[in-house]
Write a protein that binds this ligand. Structure first.
Ligand code: G4P
Length: 527
């Protein structure tokens, strides 16, 4: 097959949702369709449930599971699908943000009872930053949920994206009869079942009396009224608008009952984008370019603490990746050869000899690679669009065992490279402050420092509201600012300047007082 053909048959995407909306269940059903697993229950949830807060074995176990399910590759109707898993627990949201940089599109799961929840809002913000195409799956229609029109309004309002239903539920909860496909003009009748797939009934005309017979008089009347309203209110579905991230097609179903999932998948492979062009520091790269390039978006370290092994996840962006070939590591300005590359198929890992744009390759690494690193065939460029976001909670690292200072530093460095948290080092006194999205991460860091590096650290709360990356067109003004705010200036992992703002009000005041300084909540910005 040619490079173009390999690209055309690939779809690389992620499923995002608020915990418990049904991401794991949907993943499993998709894998069943792809023949990648044989029975339900094979996909372990990679979420860390709240009750597991202090259960370290659980966290370690989940870490193991999440390596296994990080990338699930499978084939469906001649399409090679790469599904990238995202952690469900919101304390690990940063990991999810980064994974979203490696996908070309997203399926968003919303629980019809709970509607749009906070985690979904945040994730959607990340999708919007990159205009990622989104398909929405409204799940759990077998439960008494909110009115479907209200749900659509809520999605539009809270997620700031236009929606276009492509299927429509007929009643819900106990009275749930099925969905009407607005796309194919067919009815799909619901029978609760975890294994069988509902057959669809073609109906040429929604006014056909057959509809009454199939779903009952009241439901038929309601459906006709709903469809009329939809056709009147929502513009026709336009694939280009979807591809530009302007409109999200919406499907209704019940993942656990395997209902509505096949329609979702069939539409997905038809409309979801194959690998797309990507921005770099130098120019836009097209996947069809024959020269290989890709970037690292995730690192998993120390699965076996006795061996300091790490797996770096590489997203192939252009050309062909070949095992055992020398590639240029742009940040380190040196050639590296990876003889131990792995591909991810379902839940198995196997050695891979070649990979194509859209594919994810696991590279065994001894400490050369960091999140955001670019590998190429020799060209000097860096993929952009893999920013760090300002953390929410900040604590200073206190070394509790002076004899193990080296171990602590090494451990911290490696955990940060893995992206577990962000480290900010103050200019003054070289104080080290760790920033995370959720409190659970501190417990994970403390545990892993002890377990993997034999270092003992404690964390002292810091009253910091946000880490703001700062820049200015005027070098002199920037220097003056740094001078006057010395106590609050730190550096991130790449030695970029960061202003540690203590409160929202204070930040506002500082912004007003220093109009020549730009404050950014992500590490990547246009100066
Ligand atoms: P997550 O990965 O998004 O966190 O959600 P997950 O798939 O684990 O689903 C959360 C719960 O919702 C699970 O129940 C799952 O069975 C249930 N669920 C998923 N899809 C549907 C659906 O269409 N209808 C209904 N009624 N429930 C659904 P659980 O009790 O937490 O776990 P389990 O014991 O059933 O596995």
């Amino acid at each position: 097959m040619t490079l173009e053909q390999e690209i055309a048959k690939r779809r690389t995407f992620g499923i995002v949702s608020h915990p418990d909306a049904g991401k794991t269940t949907l993943t499993e059903k998709l894998l069943l369709f792809g023949g990648a697993i044989q029975k339900a229950g094979a996909v372990k949830s990679s979420k860390i449930k709240d009750h597991a807060r202090s259960d370290w074995m659980e966290i370690e176990k989940q870490r193991g599971i999440s390596v296994a399910t990080s990338v699930m590759g499978f084939n469906y109707k001649d399409i090679k699908i790469n599904l990238l898993d995202t952690p469900g627990h919101q304390d690990f949201a940063e990991d999810t943000y980064r994974t979203l940089t490696a996908v070309d599109s997203v399926i968003m799961v919303v629980d019809c009872v709970k509607g749009v929840e906070s985690q979904t809002e945040k994730l959607m913000e990340v999708c919007r930053m990159r205009n990622t195409p989104v398909i929405c799956f409204i799940n759990k229609l077998d439960r008494e949920g909110q009115d479907p029109f209200d749900l659509l309004d809520e999605i539009e309002a809270k997620l700031a994206i236009k929606v276009r239903p492509l299927s429509w539920p007929i009643n819900m909860g106990k009275g749930f009869k099925g969905v009407y496909s607005l796309y194919e003009k067919s009815l799909k009748l619901f029978t609760p079942s975890k294994t069988t797939i509902a057959e669809s009934v073609e109906i040429g005309d929604i006014n056909d009396p057959e509809v009454e017979r199939l779903v009952g008089e009241n439901n038929a009347k309601q459906l006709r009224a709903d469809v009329e309203l939809i056709e009147g209110v929502y513009p026709d579905f336009n694939v280009d608008d979807y591809l530009q991230g302007k409109v999200a097609p919406v499907f209704f179903g019940s993942a656990v009952n395997n209902f509505g999932v096949k329609e979702l998948l069939d539409t997905f492979i038809k409309i979801a984008p194959p690998p797309i062009d990507r921005e770099t520091s130098v120019r836009e790269i097209k996947p069809e370019e024959t020269k290989f390039s890709g970037f690292i978006f995730k690192i998993h370290a120390n699965m076996d603490p006795k061996h300091r092994n790490r797996i770096a996840f590489l997203r192939v962006c252009s050309g062909k990746f070949e095992r055992g070939t020398n590639y240029y590591h742009v940040r380190q300005n040196k050639e590296i050869r990876f003889s131990n590359a792995t591909a991810f198929m379902a839940q198995d890992r196997e050695t891979v000899d070649e990979a194509w744009p859209g594919d994810i390759v696991g590279l065994y690494d001894t400490g050369n690679l960091k999140i955001g690193d670019t590998l190429t065939n020799g060209e000097k460029l860096m993929y952009t669009g893999i920013p760090s976001f300002s953390p929410e909670i900040f604590k200073e690292v206190i070394n509790k065992d002076a004899m193990k200072t080296k171990q602590l530093e090494k451990g911290l460095l490696q955990l940060m490279e893995e992206g577990v948290a962000q480290l900010f080092t103050y200019d003054l006194g070289k104080r080290k402050v760790v920033g995370v999205v959720g409190a659970l991460q501190f417990e994970v860091i403390q545990f892993r420092l002890k377990n993997e590096y034999n270092a003992t650290a404690e964390f002292m709360h810091q009253g910091i509201y946000k880490a703001c990356w700062i820049s200015s067109k005027d070098e002199r003004k920037l220097a003056e600012f740094i001078d006057s705010k010395q106590r609050h200036i730190a550096r991130d992992k790449d030695n970029k300047l960061v202003f540690m703002a203590e409160s929202r009000a204070w930040l506002q005041m500082v912004q007003d007082n220093f109009p020549d300084i730009s404050f950014h909540f992500t590490s990547e910005f246009k100066a």
